[in-house]
Design a binder for this molecule. Structure first.
Ligand SMILES: *Cc1c(COP(=O)(O)O)cnc(C)c1O
Length: 472
Protein backbone atom coordinates (compact mmCIF):
# COMPACT_ATOMS: atom_id res chain seq x y z
CA UNK A 1 0.00 0.00 0.00
CA UNK A 2 1.24 3.47 -0.75
CA UNK A 3 2.60 5.19 2.33
CA UNK A 4 0.74 8.42 1.62
CA UNK A 5 -2.67 6.72 1.76
CA UNK A 6 -2.44 7.10 5.53
CA UNK A 7 -2.55 10.85 5.13
CA UNK A 8 -6.16 10.54 4.10
CA UNK A 9 -7.18 8.95 7.36
CA UNK A 10 -9.32 11.38 9.35
CA UNK A 11 -7.54 12.28 12.56
CA UNK A 12 -8.86 13.85 15.70
CA UNK A 13 -11.60 11.24 16.22
CA UNK A 14 -12.71 9.75 18.65
CA UNK A 15 -14.03 12.91 20.20
CA UNK A 16 -13.86 15.11 17.18
CA UNK A 17 -17.27 15.55 15.69
CA UNK A 18 -17.77 17.32 12.40
CA UNK A 19 -19.12 20.81 12.79
CA UNK A 20 -17.74 21.99 16.11
CA UNK A 21 -15.40 21.47 19.00
CA UNK A 22 -16.21 18.93 21.67
CA UNK A 23 -16.79 21.59 24.33
CA UNK A 24 -19.18 23.67 22.20
CA UNK A 25 -21.17 20.61 21.21
CA UNK A 26 -21.39 19.50 24.82
CA UNK A 27 -22.59 22.92 25.97
CA UNK A 28 -25.22 22.80 23.25
CA UNK A 29 -26.36 19.35 24.41
CA UNK A 30 -26.65 20.43 28.05
CA UNK A 31 -28.59 23.55 27.09
CA UNK A 32 -30.92 21.55 24.86
CA UNK A 33 -31.44 18.76 27.42
CA UNK A 34 -32.38 21.27 30.10
CA UNK A 35 -34.42 23.35 27.66
CA UNK A 36 -36.38 20.31 26.48
CA UNK A 37 -37.08 19.23 30.05
CA UNK A 38 -35.02 16.03 29.99
CA UNK A 39 -33.27 17.02 33.19
CA UNK A 40 -33.43 19.87 35.63
CA UNK A 41 -35.90 21.38 38.06
CA UNK A 42 -38.46 19.69 40.27
CA UNK A 43 -41.33 20.12 37.80
CA UNK A 44 -41.33 16.53 36.62
CA UNK A 45 -37.93 16.65 34.93
CA UNK A 46 -35.51 13.85 35.78
CA UNK A 47 -32.85 14.58 38.36
CA UNK A 48 -30.36 12.40 36.48
CA UNK A 49 -30.07 11.60 32.76
CA UNK A 50 -27.39 10.19 30.52
CA UNK A 51 -26.72 11.39 26.99
CA UNK A 52 -25.00 9.78 24.03
CA UNK A 53 -23.78 11.68 20.97
CA UNK A 54 -24.97 9.53 18.05
CA UNK A 55 -23.12 11.64 15.47
CA UNK A 56 -19.95 11.27 17.52
CA UNK A 57 -20.30 7.48 17.75
CA UNK A 58 -20.72 7.31 13.97
CA UNK A 59 -17.67 9.50 13.47
CA UNK A 60 -15.57 7.23 15.69
CA UNK A 61 -16.80 4.14 13.84
CA UNK A 62 -15.90 5.77 10.52
CA UNK A 63 -12.44 6.73 11.82
CA UNK A 64 -11.80 3.17 12.97
CA UNK A 65 -12.76 1.70 9.60
CA UNK A 66 -10.80 4.32 7.68
CA UNK A 67 -7.64 3.83 9.73
CA UNK A 68 -7.45 0.07 9.14
CA UNK A 69 -8.96 0.23 5.67
CA UNK A 70 -6.18 2.53 4.50
CA UNK A 71 -3.49 0.23 5.87
CA UNK A 72 -4.41 -3.12 4.26
CA UNK A 73 -4.38 -4.12 0.59
CA UNK A 74 -7.83 -3.89 -1.01
CA UNK A 75 -9.87 -7.02 -0.45
CA UNK A 76 -8.28 -7.92 2.89
CA UNK A 77 -11.06 -9.05 5.23
CA UNK A 78 -11.26 -6.72 8.23
CA UNK A 79 -14.00 -7.24 10.81
CA UNK A 80 -14.38 -4.59 13.50
CA UNK A 81 -16.42 -5.76 16.47
CA UNK A 82 -17.58 -3.51 19.30
CA UNK A 83 -16.90 -4.89 22.78
CA UNK A 84 -20.50 -5.04 23.98
CA UNK A 85 -19.57 -4.72 27.65
CA UNK A 86 -18.50 -1.11 27.05
CA UNK A 87 -22.08 -0.03 26.23
CA UNK A 88 -24.61 -2.89 26.30
CA UNK A 89 -27.48 -0.94 24.70
CA UNK A 90 -29.33 -2.48 21.76
CA UNK A 91 -29.83 0.80 19.82
CA UNK A 92 -26.11 1.55 20.16
CA UNK A 93 -25.19 -1.91 18.86
CA UNK A 94 -27.64 -1.36 16.00
CA UNK A 95 -26.17 2.07 15.18
CA UNK A 96 -22.66 0.63 15.18
CA UNK A 97 -23.82 -2.30 13.06
CA UNK A 98 -25.26 0.11 10.50
CA UNK A 99 -21.85 1.83 10.58
CA UNK A 100 -20.15 -1.47 9.70
CA UNK A 101 -19.14 -2.63 13.20
CA UNK A 102 -20.10 -6.05 14.57
CA UNK A 103 -20.12 -7.27 18.18
CA UNK A 104 -17.66 -8.88 20.56
CA UNK A 105 -19.70 -10.62 23.25
CA UNK A 106 -18.47 -12.15 26.47
CA UNK A 107 -21.59 -13.66 28.00
CA UNK A 108 -24.96 -15.13 27.08
CA UNK A 109 -26.49 -11.74 27.90
CA UNK A 110 -24.19 -9.85 25.56
CA UNK A 111 -24.82 -12.41 22.82
CA UNK A 112 -28.55 -11.89 23.25
CA UNK A 113 -28.09 -8.11 22.96
CA UNK A 114 -26.04 -8.50 19.77
CA UNK A 115 -28.71 -10.73 18.26
CA UNK A 116 -31.49 -8.37 19.35
CA UNK A 117 -29.62 -5.59 17.53
CA UNK A 118 -29.67 -7.70 14.36
CA UNK A 119 -25.92 -8.28 14.28
CA UNK A 120 -25.31 -11.41 12.23
CA UNK A 121 -23.43 -14.45 13.48
CA UNK A 122 -20.76 -13.78 10.85
CA UNK A 123 -20.08 -10.42 12.50
CA UNK A 124 -20.08 -11.65 16.10
CA UNK A 125 -17.18 -12.94 18.20
CA UNK A 126 -17.61 -14.74 21.52
CA UNK A 127 -14.81 -14.32 24.06
CA UNK A 128 -15.26 -15.06 27.71
CA UNK A 129 -13.11 -16.88 30.21
CA UNK A 130 -16.06 -18.89 31.56
CA UNK A 131 -18.14 -20.11 28.62
CA UNK A 132 -20.51 -22.88 29.63
CA UNK A 133 -21.06 -26.00 27.52
CA UNK A 134 -24.50 -24.65 26.59
CA UNK A 135 -23.06 -21.31 25.47
CA UNK A 136 -20.40 -23.02 23.37
CA UNK A 137 -22.99 -25.33 21.80
CA UNK A 138 -25.22 -22.40 20.90
CA UNK A 139 -22.36 -20.32 19.48
CA UNK A 140 -21.14 -23.23 17.33
CA UNK A 141 -24.67 -23.97 16.14
CA UNK A 142 -25.12 -20.34 15.11
CA UNK A 143 -21.73 -20.07 13.41
CA UNK A 144 -20.44 -17.40 15.78
CA UNK A 145 -16.67 -17.05 16.04
CA UNK A 146 -15.29 -18.38 19.32
CA UNK A 147 -11.90 -17.84 20.89
CA UNK A 148 -11.09 -20.57 23.39
CA UNK A 149 -9.55 -19.29 26.59
CA UNK A 150 -7.94 -22.44 27.97
CA UNK A 151 -7.19 -26.11 27.38
CA UNK A 152 -10.30 -27.37 29.16
CA UNK A 153 -12.52 -25.17 27.01
CA UNK A 154 -10.72 -26.48 23.95
CA UNK A 155 -11.58 -30.04 25.08
CA UNK A 156 -15.25 -29.05 25.15
CA UNK A 157 -15.02 -27.57 21.67
CA UNK A 158 -13.34 -30.78 20.48
CA UNK A 159 -16.33 -32.75 21.71
CA UNK A 160 -18.81 -30.38 20.07
CA UNK A 161 -16.89 -30.42 16.77
CA UNK A 162 -16.87 -34.22 16.84
CA UNK A 163 -20.64 -34.35 17.34
CA UNK A 164 -21.73 -31.75 14.77
CA UNK A 165 -19.97 -29.73 12.11
CA UNK A 166 -19.85 -25.95 12.64
CA UNK A 167 -19.03 -23.04 10.41
CA UNK A 168 -17.85 -21.01 13.39
CA UNK A 169 -14.37 -19.59 12.91
CA UNK A 170 -12.46 -20.91 15.91
CA UNK A 171 -9.30 -19.67 17.54
CA UNK A 172 -7.30 -19.57 20.73
CA UNK A 173 -6.90 -16.57 22.95
CA UNK A 174 -3.31 -16.14 24.07
CA UNK A 175 -1.75 -13.95 26.72
CA UNK A 176 1.62 -12.74 25.49
CA UNK A 177 2.55 -11.76 29.06
CA UNK A 178 4.05 -8.65 27.46
CA UNK A 179 3.54 -6.67 30.65
CA UNK A 180 1.14 -4.55 32.67
CA UNK A 181 -0.07 -1.04 32.03
CA UNK A 182 -0.70 1.69 34.59
CA UNK A 183 -3.95 0.14 35.91
CA UNK A 184 -3.56 -3.35 37.35
CA UNK A 185 -7.24 -4.31 37.21
CA UNK A 186 -7.52 -3.71 33.45
CA UNK A 187 -4.10 -5.04 32.43
CA UNK A 188 -4.61 -8.21 30.42
CA UNK A 189 -1.04 -9.14 29.48
CA UNK A 190 0.49 -9.63 32.91
CA UNK A 191 2.43 -12.79 33.78
CA UNK A 192 -0.44 -14.08 35.92
CA UNK A 193 -3.46 -12.69 34.00
CA UNK A 194 -6.54 -14.92 34.11
CA UNK A 195 -7.05 -14.60 30.34
CA UNK A 196 -5.97 -16.96 27.61
CA UNK A 197 -3.13 -19.43 27.10
CA UNK A 198 -0.10 -17.94 28.91
CA UNK A 199 2.48 -18.00 26.15
CA UNK A 200 5.69 -17.60 28.14
CA UNK A 201 5.02 -20.30 30.72
CA UNK A 202 7.35 -23.31 30.36
CA UNK A 203 6.17 -25.53 27.49
CA UNK A 204 3.12 -23.37 26.76
CA UNK A 205 4.16 -22.11 23.35
CA UNK A 206 4.92 -25.62 22.12
CA UNK A 207 1.57 -26.81 23.48
CA UNK A 208 -0.27 -24.03 21.64
CA UNK A 209 1.46 -24.85 18.34
CA UNK A 210 0.67 -28.54 18.86
CA UNK A 211 -2.97 -27.69 19.61
CA UNK A 212 -3.24 -26.00 16.20
CA UNK A 213 -1.51 -28.80 14.34
CA UNK A 214 -3.90 -31.33 15.87
CA UNK A 215 -6.98 -29.28 14.91
CA UNK A 216 -7.14 -28.17 11.28
CA UNK A 217 -10.29 -26.19 12.11
CA UNK A 218 -8.44 -23.78 14.41
CA UNK A 219 -7.95 -20.88 12.03
CA UNK A 220 -7.81 -17.81 14.22
CA UNK A 221 -5.48 -16.42 16.84
CA UNK A 222 -6.67 -13.88 19.39
CA UNK A 223 -5.15 -11.56 21.94
CA UNK A 224 -6.59 -8.54 23.72
CA UNK A 225 -3.30 -6.74 24.06
CA UNK A 226 -4.26 -3.37 25.43
CA UNK A 227 -6.68 -1.70 27.77
CA UNK A 228 -7.02 1.55 29.60
CA UNK A 229 -3.59 2.46 30.96
CA UNK A 230 -1.62 0.36 28.47
CA UNK A 231 0.69 2.43 26.23
CA UNK A 232 0.32 1.93 22.45
CA UNK A 233 3.85 0.57 22.11
CA UNK A 234 3.15 -2.16 24.65
CA UNK A 235 -0.13 -3.12 22.94
CA UNK A 236 1.68 -3.23 19.61
CA UNK A 237 4.40 -5.42 21.13
CA UNK A 238 1.71 -7.88 22.21
CA UNK A 239 0.22 -7.89 18.71
CA UNK A 240 3.68 -8.53 17.25
CA UNK A 241 4.19 -11.54 19.47
CA UNK A 242 0.84 -12.94 18.38
CA UNK A 243 1.69 -12.32 14.73
CA UNK A 244 4.98 -14.18 15.18
CA UNK A 245 3.14 -17.07 16.78
CA UNK A 246 0.74 -17.22 13.81
CA UNK A 247 3.72 -17.35 11.45
CA UNK A 248 5.26 -20.14 13.54
CA UNK A 249 2.05 -22.19 13.52
CA UNK A 250 1.63 -21.74 9.78
CA UNK A 251 5.27 -22.70 9.10
CA UNK A 252 4.86 -25.84 11.21
CA UNK A 253 1.57 -26.66 9.47
CA UNK A 254 3.08 -26.05 6.03
CA UNK A 255 -0.01 -24.06 5.06
CA UNK A 256 -1.84 -20.89 6.01
CA UNK A 257 -3.84 -22.60 8.74
CA UNK A 258 -4.26 -19.40 10.76
CA UNK A 259 -5.95 -17.03 8.33
CA UNK A 260 -7.18 -14.36 10.74
CA UNK A 261 -5.57 -12.48 13.62
CA UNK A 262 -7.83 -10.88 16.23
CA UNK A 263 -5.96 -8.07 17.97
CA UNK A 264 -8.66 -7.27 20.55
CA UNK A 265 -9.32 -3.68 21.60
CA UNK A 266 -7.76 -1.53 24.24
CA UNK A 267 -7.15 1.91 22.78
CA UNK A 268 -7.04 4.12 25.90
CA UNK A 269 -9.13 7.25 26.33
CA UNK A 270 -8.14 10.14 28.57
CA UNK A 271 -11.46 10.98 30.22
CA UNK A 272 -9.72 13.81 32.08
CA UNK A 273 -9.56 16.09 29.03
CA UNK A 274 -11.04 16.85 25.62
CA UNK A 275 -7.77 15.75 24.04
CA UNK A 276 -8.76 13.25 21.36
CA UNK A 277 -5.57 11.20 21.28
CA UNK A 278 -4.51 8.54 20.73
CA UNK A 279 -6.47 8.09 17.53
CA UNK A 280 -7.05 4.89 15.59
CA UNK A 281 -4.79 6.30 12.88
CA UNK A 282 -1.99 6.68 15.43
CA UNK A 283 -2.47 3.13 16.69
CA UNK A 284 -2.38 1.82 13.12
CA UNK A 285 0.79 3.83 12.52
CA UNK A 286 2.46 2.26 15.58
CA UNK A 287 1.25 -1.22 14.59
CA UNK A 288 2.63 -0.75 11.06
CA UNK A 289 6.02 0.11 12.51
CA UNK A 290 6.13 -2.69 15.08
CA UNK A 291 4.38 -5.45 13.11
CA UNK A 292 4.25 -4.58 9.41
CA UNK A 293 3.32 -8.14 8.41
CA UNK A 294 -0.08 -7.68 10.02
CA UNK A 295 -1.02 -5.39 7.14
CA UNK A 296 0.45 -7.52 4.37
CA UNK A 297 -2.93 -8.87 3.33
CA UNK A 298 -1.85 -12.41 4.23
CA UNK A 299 -4.11 -12.33 7.27
CA UNK A 300 -7.65 -11.19 7.79
CA UNK A 301 -8.02 -8.92 10.80
CA UNK A 302 -10.53 -8.70 13.63
CA UNK A 303 -10.57 -5.85 16.16
CA UNK A 304 -12.62 -5.50 19.36
CA UNK A 305 -12.54 -1.88 20.46
CA UNK A 306 -14.93 -0.74 23.17
CA UNK A 307 -13.95 2.31 25.18
CA UNK A 308 -12.43 4.25 22.28
CA UNK A 309 -15.65 3.99 20.24
CA UNK A 310 -17.99 5.22 23.00
CA UNK A 311 -16.32 6.86 25.99
CA UNK A 312 -16.10 10.40 24.66
CA UNK A 313 -19.64 10.37 23.38
CA UNK A 314 -21.33 9.92 26.75
CA UNK A 315 -22.38 12.57 29.25
CA UNK A 316 -24.08 12.29 32.64
CA UNK A 317 -26.24 15.24 33.71
CA UNK A 318 -27.46 15.68 37.26
CA UNK A 319 -29.34 18.33 39.11
CA UNK A 320 -27.58 19.66 42.21
CA UNK A 321 -30.09 18.80 44.92
CA UNK A 322 -28.48 20.40 47.97
CA UNK A 323 -25.31 22.20 48.91
CA UNK A 324 -23.74 22.25 52.33
CA UNK A 325 -20.48 22.64 54.14
CA UNK A 326 -18.75 20.18 56.43
CA UNK A 327 -15.47 20.76 58.27
CA UNK A 328 -14.87 23.76 56.06
CA UNK A 329 -15.38 21.75 52.85
CA UNK A 330 -18.10 22.82 50.44
CA UNK A 331 -20.17 19.82 49.30
CA UNK A 332 -22.65 19.60 46.44
CA UNK A 333 -25.09 16.70 46.78
CA UNK A 334 -26.10 15.45 43.33
CA UNK A 335 -27.78 12.35 41.88
CA UNK A 336 -24.67 11.16 40.01
CA UNK A 337 -22.70 8.80 42.17
CA UNK A 338 -21.48 5.25 42.47
CA UNK A 339 -24.39 3.85 40.42
CA UNK A 340 -23.19 5.58 37.23
CA UNK A 341 -19.46 5.97 37.97
CA UNK A 342 -18.52 2.91 39.98
CA UNK A 343 -14.86 2.80 39.02
CA UNK A 344 -14.34 6.47 39.83
CA UNK A 345 -15.93 6.14 43.25
CA UNK A 346 -13.98 3.03 44.23
CA UNK A 347 -10.72 3.76 42.39
CA UNK A 348 -10.70 7.48 41.70
CA UNK A 349 -6.96 7.78 41.10
CA UNK A 350 -7.18 5.47 38.08
CA UNK A 351 -10.54 6.72 36.76
CA UNK A 352 -10.71 10.49 37.23
CA UNK A 353 -13.70 12.30 35.74
CA UNK A 354 -14.24 15.93 34.90
CA UNK A 355 -17.13 17.84 36.43
CA UNK A 356 -18.58 20.79 34.51
CA UNK A 357 -20.87 23.32 36.15
CA UNK A 358 -24.02 24.75 34.50
CA UNK A 359 -26.79 26.87 35.89
CA UNK A 360 -30.44 25.83 36.15
CA UNK A 361 -31.00 26.86 32.51
CA UNK A 362 -28.06 24.79 31.29
CA UNK A 363 -25.75 27.74 30.72
CA UNK A 364 -22.07 27.23 31.66
CA UNK A 365 -21.21 28.77 35.02
CA UNK A 366 -18.34 30.89 33.76
CA UNK A 367 -16.71 33.84 35.44
CA UNK A 368 -17.27 32.88 39.08
CA UNK A 369 -14.42 32.30 41.52
CA UNK A 370 -13.47 28.65 41.86
CA UNK A 371 -14.02 27.03 45.24
CA UNK A 372 -12.79 23.53 46.16
CA UNK A 373 -15.88 21.33 46.43
CA UNK A 374 -16.74 17.70 46.91
CA UNK A 375 -19.21 16.51 44.31
CA UNK A 376 -21.21 13.83 46.10
CA UNK A 377 -23.61 11.21 44.82
CA UNK A 378 -26.86 9.98 46.38
CA UNK A 379 -25.58 6.70 47.85
CA UNK A 380 -25.38 6.08 51.58
CA UNK A 381 -21.68 5.70 52.08
CA UNK A 382 -19.19 8.46 52.59
CA UNK A 383 -16.95 7.54 49.68
CA UNK A 384 -19.71 8.20 47.13
CA UNK A 385 -17.92 11.19 45.59
CA UNK A 386 -17.26 11.86 41.91
CA UNK A 387 -14.69 14.50 42.81
CA UNK A 388 -12.98 15.66 45.98
CA UNK A 389 -11.96 19.27 46.67
CA UNK A 390 -12.48 20.03 42.97
CA UNK A 391 -12.17 23.75 42.15
CA UNK A 392 -15.55 24.70 40.64
CA UNK A 393 -17.82 27.73 40.70
CA UNK A 394 -19.66 27.44 44.02
CA UNK A 395 -22.55 25.15 43.11
CA UNK A 396 -26.13 26.06 44.05
CA UNK A 397 -29.24 23.92 44.39
CA UNK A 398 -30.85 23.62 40.96
CA UNK A 399 -27.57 23.94 39.08
CA UNK A 400 -26.73 21.11 36.70
CA UNK A 401 -23.43 19.24 36.62
CA UNK A 402 -22.21 17.44 33.52
CA UNK A 403 -19.78 14.53 33.64
CA UNK A 404 -18.20 13.96 30.21
CA UNK A 405 -16.24 10.92 29.06
CA UNK A 406 -18.80 8.50 30.49
CA UNK A 407 -20.10 6.75 27.34
CA UNK A 408 -18.28 3.46 28.03
CA UNK A 409 -18.19 1.42 31.25
CA UNK A 410 -19.88 4.14 33.32
CA UNK A 411 -23.67 4.61 33.13
CA UNK A 412 -23.83 1.68 30.75
CA UNK A 413 -22.56 -0.52 33.60
CA UNK A 414 -25.10 0.46 36.25
CA UNK A 415 -24.32 -0.56 39.82
CA UNK A 416 -27.50 -1.23 41.75
CA UNK A 417 -26.32 -0.01 45.18
CA UNK A 418 -29.01 1.51 47.43
CA UNK A 419 -31.67 0.48 44.87
CA UNK A 420 -30.81 3.61 42.92
CA UNK A 421 -32.80 3.47 39.69
CA UNK A 422 -31.08 3.13 36.33
CA UNK A 423 -31.35 6.57 34.73
CA UNK A 424 -32.70 7.03 31.21
CA UNK A 425 -30.31 7.32 28.27
CA UNK A 426 -31.08 9.69 25.40
CA UNK A 427 -29.04 10.03 22.24
CA UNK A 428 -28.73 13.29 20.35
CA UNK A 429 -28.02 14.24 16.79
CA UNK A 430 -27.51 17.54 15.02
CA UNK A 431 -30.34 18.64 12.78
CA UNK A 432 -30.80 21.92 10.95
CA UNK A 433 -33.19 22.92 13.75
CA UNK A 434 -30.78 22.12 16.55
CA UNK A 435 -30.18 18.98 18.56
CA UNK A 436 -32.77 16.23 18.43
CA UNK A 437 -32.99 13.70 21.27
CA UNK A 438 -34.11 10.08 20.97
CA UNK A 439 -34.74 7.70 23.86
CA UNK A 440 -32.21 4.85 23.90
CA UNK A 441 -32.94 3.26 27.27
CA UNK A 442 -35.95 4.16 29.41
CA UNK A 443 -35.45 4.87 33.08
CA UNK A 444 -35.86 1.88 35.32
CA UNK A 445 -39.20 2.30 37.09
CA UNK A 446 -40.07 1.50 40.67
CA UNK A 447 -42.19 -1.33 39.35
CA UNK A 448 -39.19 -2.77 37.42
CA UNK A 449 -37.14 -2.47 40.57
CA UNK A 450 -39.73 -4.31 42.64
CA UNK A 451 -39.93 -7.17 40.15
CA UNK A 452 -36.17 -7.53 40.00
CA UNK A 453 -36.04 -7.51 43.80
CA UNK A 454 -38.35 -10.51 44.10
CA UNK A 455 -41.53 -8.62 44.98
CA UNK A 456 -43.61 -11.38 43.41
CA UNK A 457 -42.07 -13.82 45.86
CA UNK A 458 -42.82 -11.64 48.83
CA UNK A 459 -43.90 -14.44 51.17
CA UNK A 460 -41.33 -16.97 49.99
CA UNK A 461 -39.34 -16.96 53.22
CA UNK A 462 -42.20 -16.97 55.68
CA UNK A 463 -42.78 -20.16 57.67
CA UNK A 464 -45.68 -22.06 56.25
CA UNK A 465 -45.59 -20.24 52.93
CA UNK A 466 -46.69 -22.32 49.99
CA UNK A 467 -43.63 -22.99 47.84
CA UNK A 468 -43.91 -21.46 44.40
CA UNK A 469 -42.48 -23.21 41.35
CA UNK A 470 -38.87 -22.20 40.72
CA UNK A 471 -38.50 -19.49 38.11
CA UNK A 472 -42.01 -18.10 38.52
C1 LIG B 1 -12.97 -5.55 27.29
C2 LIG B 1 -12.49 -6.25 26.06
C3 LIG B 1 -12.35 -5.54 24.86
C4 LIG B 1 -12.57 -4.05 24.76
O1 LIG B 1 -11.60 -3.32 25.45
P1 LIG B 1 -11.57 -1.71 25.36
O2 LIG B 1 -10.48 -1.35 26.30
O3 LIG B 1 -12.89 -1.23 25.80
O4 LIG B 1 -11.28 -1.36 23.95
C5 LIG B 1 -11.99 -6.26 23.74
N1 LIG B 1 -11.75 -7.59 23.79
C6 LIG B 1 -11.85 -8.29 24.94
C7 LIG B 1 -11.59 -9.75 24.93
C8 LIG B 1 -12.21 -7.65 26.11
O5 LIG B 1 -12.30 -8.34 27.25
Amino acid sequence: MAEDALKDVPDGVPGGVPGGGAAERRDLAVRAAVGQGLVGGDDGAEALVCLLDADGIEASAAALRAAFGAAVPPGTPVLHCFAVKAAPLVPVLRLLSAAGIGCEAASAGELALARAAGVGADRTVLDSPAKTRAELREALALGIAVNADNAQELDRIDALMASAPSRSPLGLRVNTQAGAGAIASTSTATATSKFGFALRDPGAREAVVAAYLARPWLTRLHTHAGSQGVPLALSAQGVREVFELAEEVNAAAGRRQIDTIDIGGGLPVDTGSDDTGPTYAEYVRVLREVVPGLFSGRYGLVTEFGRSLLARHGLVLSRVEYTKSSGGRAIAVTHAGVQVATRTVYAGASWPLRILAYDAKGVPRGGDALVPQDVAGPACFSGDLLAEARPLPLLRPGDVIAVPGTGAYFFTAHYAYNSLLRPPVHAFRSTPDGLRFTLVRPAQTLSDLLQEAGARHRDALLHGARSSPAGV
